[in-house]
Design a protein around this ligand. Sequence first.
Ligand SMILES: Nc1ncnc2c1ncn2[C@@H]1O[C@H](COP(=O)(O)OP(=O)(O)OP(=O)(O)O)[C@@H](O)[C@H]1O
Length: 239
Amino acid sequence: MSATPLLHVRALSARYGSAQALFGISFDLPTNSAIAVLGPNGAGKSTLARTISGLIPATAGTIEFNGTNITRHSADKIRREGLIHLPEGRGVFARLTVMENLRLALAVDKVDRSEAIARAFDYFPVLAKRRKQIAGTLSGGEQQMLSLARALMVNPKVVIADEMSLGLAPKMVDTVFDALTAARQEGVSVIMIEQFAGRAIQFADHCLILQRGNLAWSGPAHKAGDELLHRYLGSATAA
Ligand SMILES: Nc1ncnc2c1ncn2[C@@H]1O[C@H](COP(=O)(O)OP(=O)(O)OP(=O)(O)O)[C@@H](O)[C@H]1O
């Protein structure tokens, strides 16, 4: 086991104005691993993602990424260091073409441009066919692929995928999971936020369950059985 985890989060808290949304969350993301972050609506999953990726400030606690304390780093800097957050929703520039969307993702990252574009098309061949299409006219699933391609093409160390499968047809959900599985094989670590737990647990090594901004349970994903999920998430989300 590697001594230093890729991501080391300790006692992390965050708030929106006077409302505290995260209460002292601690967890490690080992190198080459995946964590499923589960919890009911409003539990703080997206807030955890936003705090780690620098979109909102931590009010207490620390985040170490690859041995560096990034707690006060800007979102841009954190992204350049290799931690990419895919926020809930599609996150593409609707009026630009597929190719322009891909090129823009490269503007802030020092990677070989043609290699990165080739990597994007390897992950999602359909995007190569649609490279000149305006992104806003892609299907929801294709937009999700484009969003994921923009993240994976820059060879990130960690991807935080927030509700990637939300609203997608089952076949598209398969495509998204296949791409994330391929990314893991390339050494990308993943923090997967999901309201629907079953697939996330199959995908991940570890599992965190949040409840009202607190860490309610954490452990190996295979130990997050039906009874536990039912207790924290209710029947609708344990599927
Ligand atoms: N921009 C914001 N301003 C104020 N409060 C917010 C904001 N975003 C989230 N919150 C509040 O913070 C708490 C945690 O929300 P968060 O979006 O992190 O939950 P979540 O677990 O991701 O939920 P969901 O599954 O519904 O996306 C909730 O009480 C929510 O109302």
